[in-house]
Every structure is written in C-alpha cells, then in structure tokens.
Write a protein that binds this ligand. Sequence first.
Ligand SMILES: Nc1ncnc2c1ncn2[C@@H]1O[C@H](COP(=O)(O)OP(=O)(O)OP(=O)(O)O)[C@@H](O)[C@H]1O
Ligand SMILES: [Mg+2]
Length: 283
Amino acid sequence: MNNGIKIHVVNLSKSFGENQVLRGVDLEVRQGESMVVIGGSGSGKTVLIKCIIGLIKPDEGKIYVDELEITTLEEKGMNEVRKKFGMLFQWGALFDSMTVWENVGFGLRRHLRLKEEEIRRIACEKLELVGLKNIEELMPSELSGGMKKRVSLARALAMEPEILLYDEPTTGIDPIMADAINDLIIQMKEKLDVTSITITHDMKSAYKIGDRIAMLFQGKIIEVGSPEEIKNCSNPIVQQFIQGKSEGPIKIVDPSLLTLPSQRQRGGKYWMWREYFPGGDRE
Ligand SMILES: Nc1ncnc2c1ncn2[C@@H]1O[C@H](COP(=O)(O)OP(=O)(O)OP(=O)(O)O)[C@@H](O)[C@H]1O
Ligand SMILES: [Mg+2]
C-alpha cells in the first residue's frame, strides 16, 4: 500500500553551518524503480541519501517511505524502517576489526537468528555475486579499494532489502567489473523488485541502470526524466554535466583566479615563477 510511490522526498533542506547543501529537494521514487541521482562533487548527493536512511537529520522537509513519514521517528522506529534498506557506502565503510565474511554477515547476525555457518554461507554466496571468491577470511586492510567497495556491496545485498541505496557503486572499479555491477543492480530490480537510488558520476552506468535520472544542482532537483529524456534535455546545466564539459553554466572555479599577472608587467617568466612558487629556482 504505497500508491506506487516507495520513497517520497518533499522540500528537503539541510545546512551545515553556513553551508546550505540541500535547499528544497523534491523526489519521488516508484516501487521497483531504479532512480539515478547525478550532480557535481559536493552538490549534496550523499547527504541526500543519508537523510533518506536516517543517518543525517534534515532541517526541513519530509521523507515518506511506504507512506510513513520518517524524519520525525525516534531511533527505535527508524531502526525498523532501516531493515527495509541496504546501503552501499561511497567509501565502503567496512568494520576494520572484522573479517570480510563477518562484515557481509553483519546485518544478518544483528537482525536474524541464524547459525554462524548459515551467516557465513550467505556471506560467501553474496561475495560470489559481486565477483569475489576465497577472500572471506581476509581483513579489510588486506583488500584493494575496488574490492572493499564490492564487499560493501555484498553487505548491502545480504539482507535482500526492499530498497537499495548505492553511493557511487562503480567508481574506482575496473570497467569490466563496473559493468558486472551494473548488471547486478539491474538483476536486483528485475528479479527481486528492489527499489533503488544510485548516485553516480558514471554516465554510461546511469544510462544503463536508470529507469529515470534526476540531477541535483544548487540544492534542488532541477530535472528528472528517462535516460533518453535526460540525453535530449535542453537544460544547459544538465547538458554540460552529462557531456563532462568544463565550460558552461556550471562554474568550476572563479575564472579570475586563473589569470596570472601579465609576464610583460612583471618582467618575464622568471618573475612569474618566483611570485607563484616562492623559493623556487628555475631558469
Ligand atoms: N557531516 C557533515 N558535516 C559538515 N558538512 C558536511 C557533512 N556531510 C557533508 N557535508 C558537506 O555537504 C556538502 C555536500 O556533501 P556530499 O558528501 O553530499 O557531496 P556529494 O554530492 O556526495 O559529493 P561527491 O560526488 O564528491 O561524493 C559538502 O560541502 C560537504 O562538505
Ligand atoms: Mg558523495
């Protein structure tokens, strides 16, 4: 019973001191839908999904999960809602003191009464799904960055949640494995009717896995549409982002900062060098 809407974010705002990150985000994710959120570095994508899973409390606005408003829930109520979610954290966020399989089985041990062998069996099964075999006894410190990410993905999948939040699932992973992860995200949706939100900068992945793509810019969702609609969108901000151009309405840095003092005025290259790299001695 959710009118076909699994997650509904309404007018969500969040600031950290002076830094107004979210300024009225509205987003609807339908049951079984794969929603992709794109947006520049630091635009608030991670903050948005951390609000959805209750790790960050928004200043204003509401979030409905299956029509239940969650921003006002106490910790106990929120813990119940969290059982519906699996989350792949951007940097893996593994527990350093636990082995790989203990990390993957963490939620199973916490929420379900299963025997240790059963937890280990499920953990190994999920690890295999993400292309990792025979590493279950290793510690996180023994893994590469991409492996940590995949272990974190296996952990997110372990509880077979209704909703999956993937924060940059393919970043830092080789292209073949990244595509296998895209396929896995699609399978989760098709076989298990999982609703998901994926944050990514990887437009190839966004077009492949997204039923719809939403762009976050200056604290708001400025466009939402199917991959085709986003590709053909006339909004210059979206076009600049999806084409990865440094020139356009999105300003990377204040261009005046890039203007070096004229060499003529300063008496040549030597002076320019000395001015910018004090102590530097070249030429
Ligand atoms: N716990 C926090 N305390 C203070 N500021 C924070 C906190 N979390 C995030 N921010 C700030 O919020 C802004 C958005 O951060 P966020 O991590 O959501 O960006 P992002 O869109 O996920 O970027 P990236 O693509 O680089 O991961 C940044 O300016 C960041 O410094
Ligand atoms: Mg982020």
